[in-house]
Write a protein that binds this ligand. Structure first.
Ligand SMILES: NC(=O)c1ccc[n+]([C@@H]2O[C@H](COP(=O)([O-])OP(=O)(O)OC[C@H]3O[C@@H](n4cnc5c(N)ncnc54)[C@H](OP(=O)(O)O)[C@@H]3O)[C@@H](O)[C@H]2O)c1
Length: 294
């Protein structure tokens, strides 16, 4: 049976470090503040917002959530962001995704000040990630790397296959894992919906990371025995044990992959909680980077 990469343990550890840092800043007179804007009423986003609010409270970060109507024009959202950018009492700003289709996600990412961009999606931060300069790195890719390093599966020298090339997971993760850095230094293959013979690629991997958004996507015959599997997927499916209810599952066919893999991250309780902790750590990082000369 595979080792279970329990993200809750690691998240608890990271949040402990963040809480210490937040308390030190509070002693120096700074109440670290994070603002999250949601456009529309997506229930999944609301649930994530509640998780973020609770985790922020636990580490002592002041958390402000603002919900804007679904039909909010882009100009209005950009003005809201501009106001947060100018407010010296606010240190981190994020806009929940997915956004309603009339909003341009790239324009929204660019409208968040790079030093408050705790999601690391501003082109300046993404450029820094690509060139290996210090900046704010998106939380989910950080969570994947932290999980691997924490459980003794550091990517250094390994062949990692990332399935999925989205702007928030696959692409920044590939950039992070290939960095010339002792915690990265992996050889990375990125696969996507047009990849031919996907299973040939995944079976050649020491580490497979799946971020596709399809329940049970990664089957056991796609995994080399003993390989490490990280499941980024979060999918809501009907719960067979509770008629009428739903539950969260990942992109990995967990029961069968667990039988062949060397290690696998569960859903829930794997990448998700570490992502939240990494986002809070990014808020501290954003504050540190905003200090001139840091
Ligand atoms: N745990 C967390 O913190 C966290 C954070 C973010 C997202 N997620 C979850 O992670 C999953 C992925 O999210 P996302 O935002 O990256 O999704 P996304 O934007 O929909 O991207 C999905 C990626 O999967 C690829 N794909 C789709 N079908 C495929 C196939 N048959 N074979 C190979 N690749 C295929 C797509 O390829 P193309 O590019 O060719 O279309 C795309 O690159 C979702 O379940 C999401 O909820 C979790």
């Amino acid at each position: 049976m595979a080792e279970i990469l329990d993200g809750r343990v690691l998240a608890h550890e990271i949040q402990g470090d963040v809480a210490t840092e937040v308390a030190r800043l509070a002693d120096e007179g700074t109440v670290l503040t994070l603002v999250a804007l949601q456009v529309g009423e997506d229930p999944g986003t609301r649930a994530y917002g509640r998780v973020l609010a609770r985790a922020s409270r636990e580490v002592g970060i002041r958390f402000e959530a603002q919900e804007l109507p679904e039909e909010t024009p882009q100009a209005v959202l950009l003005r809201e962001l501009e106001a947060r950018n100018r407010d010296p009492e606010i240190h981190g700003v994020l806009v929940h995704r997915p956004l309603p289709s009339h909003l341009d996600p790239y324009a929204v990412s660019e409208a968040v000040a790079p030093i408050k961009d705790v999601d690391g999606l501003h082109p300046l931060n993404l450029g820094k990630l690509l060139t290996g300069q210090p900046g704010i790195i998106p939380a989910t890719p950080l969570a994947v790397r932290d999980l691997l390093v924490h459980f003794g599966h550091a990517p250094l020298g390994k062949h990692v296959v990332v399935v999925g090339r989205s702007d928030i997971v696959g692409r920044p993760l590939a950039a992070l894992l290939m960095q010339k850095n002792p915690e990265s230094n992996a050889t990375v293959t990125v696969a996507h919906s047009r990849t031919k013979s996907l299973d040939r690629h995944t079976r050649a991997a020491d580490i497979v990371v799946v971020a596709v958004g399809r329940p049970g996507f990664l089957r056991k015959d796609m995994v080399r025995p003993g390989a490490v599997v990280v499941d980024v997927g979060i999918n809501s499916v009907p719960d067979p044990e509770r008629p009428g209810k739903r539950r969260l599952v990942g992109d990995v066919a967990f029961a069968e992959v667990e039988a062949v893999a060397g290690a696998v991250s569960p859903v829930p309780g794997g990448v998700g909680p570490v992502t939240v902790a990494a986002l809070l750590r990014n808020t501290v990082e954003a504050f540190d980077l905003s200090i001139p000369g840091s």
